[in-house]
Design a protein around this ligand. Structure first.
Ligand code: PGA
Length: 287
């Protein structure tokens, strides 16, 4: 980690859990964070939970990001209020796992940025490899969604990563640099600064075989150098991040946090990862 960038840990729940399980998982995470924060002040770390769409409203209310009975309140003022309450400490917020690039219209099954904003959502994962592979999302489509997120004051977490074949052929850096450039092309420096990139080798997702921290760091440095203005941008590692390997990733200078899948469904593991990010952030803030 670097003192330049605020650590970020995001939990991607994917299509898992019932509503009740989501609420309990969130409650367990909140409870653990309260007890952990007694030992640490969480000086500057963002934590994002990305539940399925159907659970966003209830979990947003659980985190005091919205009042469901009062959703006509402008989301911005609620967000600002929330920011004031949590300034200088851990911020626990919600994110969506994808979204439409359009604000409204005949797009059956899609969810728009304003719909998400209304639920207190300020983060959105875009271009996850499962969306690219299973739903045919293209580099160009991801770029459009990045612009839509920024237009609606949401932080896009842009996922990039190479397949096992590209990895074996030595095409890792070429692949992720092309994906990053396609997502950010034409953006002004002040917009680039508002993005987050997640490097997730596809072969490492959900397999238990993570990339080594050193190799991930090297690839992430290449990502950082591939577009002007990425120095202040957080780049996360994702792909089988667990309680027992997170600290090794966070010890690398170009790894600013993690996008966590499977382990984010286990409150103990997820909070251990948050704690590791917090500890690494504090070390770098002192140096
Ligand atoms: P994993 O998933 O942590 O289960 O490998 C990461 C992701 O898909 O974002």
């Amino acid at each position: 980690m670097s003192s330049l960038r605020r650590p970020l840990v995001a939990g991607n729940w994917k299509m898992n859990g019932s509503l009740a399980e989501g609420v309990v998982l969130t409650r367990n995470i909140q409870a653990r964070l309260v007890s952990l924060s007694a030992a640490s002040h969480y000086p500057s770390i963002d934590v994002v939970l990305a539940p399925p769409f159907t659970a966003l409203a209830i979990i947003s209310e659980q985190l005091n990001l919205i009042r469901i009975t009062n959703v006509h309140l402008p989301p911005r003022s609620l967000a600002a209020k929330h920011g004031e309450q949590t300034q200088g400490c851990l911020r626990l917020e919600i994110g969506a796992q994808t979204m439409s690039e359009f604000d409204q219209g005949p797009f059956t099954g899609e969810i728009s940025p304003p719909m998400l904003r209304e639920l207190g959502v300020r983060w959105v994962i875009l271009g996850h490899s499962e969306r690219r592979t299973l739903c045919g999302e293209s580099d160009i489509g991801v770029g459009l969604k990045v612009r839509a997120a920024l237009r609606h004051s949401m932080t896009p977490i842009i996922a990039v990563g190479e397949t096992a074949e590209q990895h074996a052929a030595g095409l890792t850096i070429e692949t992720v640099v092309a994906q990053t450039q396609a997502a950010l092309i034409g953006l002004q420096a002040e917009d680039i600064e508002r993005c987050v990139i997640a490097y997730e080798p596809i072969w490492a997702i959900g397999t238990g075989n993570s990339e080594t921290p050193e190799n991930a760091n090297r690839t992430m440095l290449a990502i950082r150098q591939s577009v002007a203005g990425l120095e202040p941008v957080r780049i996360l590692y994702g792909g089988s991040v667990k309680a027992d390997n997170a600290a090794e990733f966070f010890a690398q200078p170009n790894i600013d946090g993690a996008l966590v899948g499977g382990a984010s469904l286990d409150p103990e593991a997820f909070c251990t990862i948050i704690q590791a990010a917090d500890a690494a952030g504090q070390v770098f803030q002192r140096t």
